[in-house]
Write a new protein. Structure first.
Length: 636
């Protein structure tokens, strides 16, 4: 999507106002639901006891009846030792009681604590070697918001939402998103009247055995344990097709029967949303398997190949779909970098809104996000170590979702559309990151490589530090078709000394004329000379709402020195220009006709030496207190 120039005065139509109200509910709903799927603020760091091995394969064999609150499981894990090992530890809650552990069909000694399963190996396993263990267990998962035995329309439903450390509540795993499972098989056995859902694709039709049915899903892409998911309910299933022939893939939708018509109508647009995302950030990451949605009763989650959704809110579907690229294909490496998941998905949602709903809806959506971001004076996109232990801060709608998205929008403005999208696609195709994890510096490096210069100042101001600016922009006509603009800035938080940013300005003239440009604001009280195609009658700052700021103003003013009290002569000038004024001059700025600032200083006699300047038109801006005056000077 191109960032369009303003061609008409910015108006919020009634439809855009409605959209803004919907935006507020939408963003908070998504953040709240994904927060619900996150473990309470205890133990949100990877278990150091699991650091001595790398998981390469899991085979999950899960038996469950949605009407009975018990999970029976056998998990077979193949792993490679990172260092010499005498034991191996899995993350598993004590409610999931282990009855057997075997290696090569030989029983092993094990013990369980509150959140760990420790297994004694039969001999020292050397670093670099691989082995397989089989664990059999069963139990009733704790009621912490990760494993659900619920009902819909009086019918039972079972499903899992493991983000971020809830996977251990239903299967023995390694809860470290940096160690992705290379491939995965899931076998779900449930009463035959139910339909089962899992990551990946069904390799064969379900197998009936008495009153039960076993469904096999194979997922051949790396996946972190928290994104492994299953669901069982009396689903109705219908398929759509995604992608462009011949590179198409199935979109498999699992919906509650009572919502089938609603789902068919709402989800009919999913292929077009996927097509739009593919046009921006490349092919759907799991196109060799499937995409789809599975209906659940609460929350939403971006499980690879199948998003879990709790209603047919279009914007939640867009958000979870965007996660297939940002969060699933590349997963944040630490919770401090969670904006790489949530901010990016929210940004993609923003782009889709503008594309499908029009520019007014896009402006309204950004306006809501900016107002929400600036509702408090502090807060950074990147989390501190302490903040990364707090679920409410990790999934902050204001900072992680909205500020993260708007920072990307501003980076897009700063870099330009082509360079920004190239950097984004380079990030998504980096072989060191694809189907692995990334941190903020990885993303920054890719954007800098395309931009051609450092983005450290931008990331320091907008990602790592806190707050936002308030701009005061004053414009003055200095000649027909030429206007002087001065930009001043205050900041809401002391962590940033100055927010450097290109700033969009739109000038208006008689008869509805408009002209849009940007000024590169790099210092406070900075002045610019703008060549406009008409005499300016008004000025607007950021009318399309691309910049995070609060209470910013832009005014066209004739305030300044009284002309009778401030004169310059001779004009045209050859050598010394005398400034005759009764005011004290606090600051002077000399700008040539193409807007370049020129070092200049007054002598003790309020004179300025033009003798070494090339012939041409100059603009002399004088400041006294809060008043300014810009005078056109011709050098012969």
């Amino acid at each position: 999507m191109m960032i369009k120039s303003v061609t008409t005065a910015f108006l919020l139509f009634s439809s855009a106002l409605i959209f803004a109200q919907q935006s507020e509910n939408r963003i908070e709903k998504i953040a709240d639901r994904e927060r619900l799927a996150f473990h309470r603020a205890a133990a949100v760091l990877p278990n150091p006891h699991t650091a001595n091995y790398d998981v390469t394969y899991h085979k999950l064999e899960i038996t469950v009846n949605p009407a009975v609150h018990t999970v029976f499981g056998k998990v077979t894990t193949t792993y490679t030792a990172v260092s010499n090992m005498n034991s191996i530890v899995f993350d598993l809650v004590s409610q999931m009681a282990v009855s057997s552990v075997k290696q090569n069909n030989v029983s092993l000694t094990f013990s369980q604590t509150a959140n760990e399963l420790a297994i004694t190996l039969p001999a020292t396993q050397l670093a670099g070697t691989s082995a397989t263990v089989e664990i059999i267990y069963s139990g009733t998962p704790p009621n912490t918001g990760h494993v659900f035995f619920d009902t819909h329309n009086n019918s039972p439903v079972f499903y899992t939402l493991s983000e971020s450390f809830g996977d251990k509540e239903w299967w023995p795993c390694k809860e470290d998103m940096r160690d992705k499972i290379d491939s995965l098989d899931i076998f779900i056995t449930a009463p035959s009247q139910y339909v089962s859902v899992g990551n990946g694709v069904e390799t064969a039709p379900p197998v009936l055995s008495g009153a039960n049915k076993t469904t096999h899903f194979h997922h051949n892409y790396p996946i972190p344990a928290y994104l492994v998911s299953i669901a069982v309910a009396n689903y109705s299933v219908f398929n759509l097709t995604g992608g462009t022939a011949p590179n198409t893939f199935p979109i498999v939708n699992y919906v509650f029967p009572e919502n089938l018509t609603l789902a068919q109508n709402t989800l009919s647009n999913v292929p077009s949303y996927l097509e739009f995302y593919e046009s921006i950030v490349g092919p759907y990451p799991y196109r060799n398997e499937k995409y789809g949605n599975a209906e659940v009763t609460t929350s939403g989650m971006e499980h690879p190949t199948v998003s879990f959704i709790s209603d047919y809110d279009r914007y939640m579907m867009e958000h979870e779909m965007a996660h297939q690229w940002f969060g699933d294909k590349i997963t944040c490496g630490t919770w401090k970098d969670i904006w790489l998941n949530e901010g990016f998905a929210t940004f993609m949602d923003e782009m889709l809104i503008e594309n499908f709903d029009g520019s007014d809806a896009g402006i309204s959506n950004r306006d809501y996000m900016i107002n929400y971001i600036t509702s408090q004076p502090a807060g950074a996109v990147y989390l501190t170590d302490t903040e990364a232990l707090d679920e409410n801060r990790i999934f902050s709608g204001r900072l992680t979702y909205n500020k993260g998205a708007m920072v990307l929008n501003m980076l897009r403005l700063k870099m330009g559309e082509t360079a920004f999208l190239q950097g984004l696609n380079n990030y998504l195709s980096d072989p060191n990151l694809v189907y692995k994890t990334a941190v903020t510096t990885d993303f920054k490096a890719h954007m800098e490589a395309v931009y051609g210069s450092s983005l450290t100042e931008f990331f320091n101001d907008w990602v790592y530090n806190q707050g936002y600016p308030t701009y005061t922009i004053t414009a003055q006509n200095v000649a027909a078709g030429q206007v002087s603009v001065t930009v001043s800035q205050t900041r809401s938080h002391s962590s940033v000394t100055f927010f450097e940013m290109p700033l969009p300005l739109t000038f208006t003239g008689a008869g509805g004329q408009t002209f849009s440009t940007m000024v590169d604001n790099t210092s406070n009280n900075q002045s610019f000379i703008i060549n406009a195609p008409f005499t300016v009658t008004g000025v607007q700052f950021d009318p399309e709402r691309h910049i995070i700021s609060k209470n910013s103003t832009a005014t066209l003013t004739n305030d300044g020195f009284e002309l009778t009290k401030t004169e310059v002569y001779p004009n045209p000038v050859h050598g010394l220009l005398t400034i005759d004024t009764t005011n004290t001059i606090d600051r002077i700025l000399l700008v040539n006709s193409v807007g370049q600032s020129i070092n200049a200083s007054l002598t003790s006699l309020n004179q300025l030496d033009f003798s070494n300047y090339p012939s041409g038109v100059y603009f002399l801006q004088l400041q006294s207190g809060q008043n300014t005056k810009t005078i056109k000077v011709v050098k012969e």
